[in-house]
Design a protein around this ligand. Structure first.
Ligand SMILES: NC(=O)c1ccc[n+]([C@@H]2O[C@H](COP(=O)([O-])OP(=O)(O)OC[C@H]3O[C@@H](n4cnc5c(N)ncnc54)[C@H](O)[C@@H]3O)[C@@H](O)[C@H]2O)c1
Length: 302
């Protein structure tokens, strides 16, 4: 147990509270604060979560924005959901207003705070959070394509009948439709992933669409997704708190492409230590450039 870690979660909906639960079970935090505009929601979630605090010596309570800004890590899940027929840009506008309010209310920040963006569209919101918070860029990043990458790893591990942890492969770029699978750098036990006969015969475009579409498939069946992202975020929190310096694909500013999207990052207790210059072939680089152009055009409005 690292006694000093205080974690705030903004947004006590499905994603925020499942993250709180996952962090609680990991026994890596002394205190978790939940902040939401809906006071009844927070109160209900705190009461429910408090029944699980016996598994760890973690205090969980409702907090204010001001208190959140003084924590070690702030996880932002507050966000509006897309309405039927609503355009992506309209949704971004609504989430921009929420983020502006949340960041403004948390200021002045603990200067060492880590802001971890989870609400969507995560790349654009990370750009806005970097700008509005005024914090060093390495301390403000998004969960990005970490979830997409774990989905890909699971698919590859099942195909090869090996452990997920033995598969090294990344989904990079936007956490969204323009993301790419970095097939050319993926490997298992030092052997290129694409050289395995079982992988060679896979329809790569179909795999890519399956990974992009998995969230929608879950939403269609049960309304929303939260377990996967909670697993990802709690493991990121552990990596920060314990300064583990794992490599994770995260939304961060990537100089080469001039935008914020996911690249493999070394993550430690100061945030993103550095970006790993992963090998990509020309086709993958070109797709990433197009992905970057789309994101840059959206970010120009903010
Ligand atoms: N990055 C990922 O991989 C990933 C995965 C799943 C979901 N998400 C995103 O996470 C976000 C949350 O999803 P959810 O299912 O928990 O939604 P939800 O509607 O269940 O919860 C959102 C919560 O935010 C709160 N909120 C709204 N405005 C607020 C404000 N100004 N301050 C504090 N709280 C505020 C709402 O009251 C609500 O409780 C969405 O944007 C969703 O797209 C991201």
């Amino acid at each position: 147990m690292v006694q000093s870690s205080r974690i705030a979660i903004i947004g006590a909906g499905s994603v925020g509270t499942t993250i709180a639960y996952a962090i609680l079970l990991q026994k890596i935090s002394s205190e978790i604060l939940l902040v939401d505009i809906n006071q009844d929601t927070v109160r209900g979630q705190i009461l429910d979560l408090s029944d699980a605090t016996f598994v760890a010596s973690t205090q969980i309570r409702a907090g204010t924005y001001q208190e959140a800004g003084q924590c070690d890590i702030v996880i932002i899940t507050a966000g509006a959901k897309q309405r039927p027929e609503e355009t992506r840009n309209k949704l971004i506008e609504r989430n921009y207003e929420i983020l502006k309010h949340v960041i403004g209310a948390m200021k002045p920040f603990n200067q060492n705070v880590i802001l971890l963006l989870v609400a969507n569209p995560v790349d654009v919101l990370t750009f806005i959070a970097q700008k509005l918070s005024g914090l060093p860029k390495q301390q403000v990043f998004g969960s990005g394509t970490f979830l997409d990458s774990t989905r890909l790893r699971l698919k590859m591990a099942e195909t090869l009948k090996i452990a997920e942890s033995a598969v090294h492969c990344y989904v990079l770029g936007e956490h969204g439709d323009t993301q790419i699978i970095a097939w050319s750098s993926a490997h298992v036990g030092g052997k290129p992933l694409i050289d395995f006969p079982e992988i060679r015969k896979l329809d790569k475009e179909k795999v890519a669409q399956e990974i992009i579409g998995k969230a929608n498939e879950i939403i269609k069946l049960k309304g929303s997704t939260y377990f996967g992202i909670a697993g990802c975020v709690s493991s990121l929190v552990q990596c920060i708190v314990l300064n583990q310096r794992h490599i994770r694909p995260l939304s961060t500013f990537v100089e080469e492409y001039g935008c914020i999207f996911s690249m493999p990052c070394v993550l430690g207790n100061k945030g993103v230590n550095r970006i790993v210059d992963v090998y990509l072939n020309d086709e993958e680089k070109e797709k990433l450039r197009k992905s970057a152009e789309t994101l840059k055009r959206i970010c120009e409005n903010y």
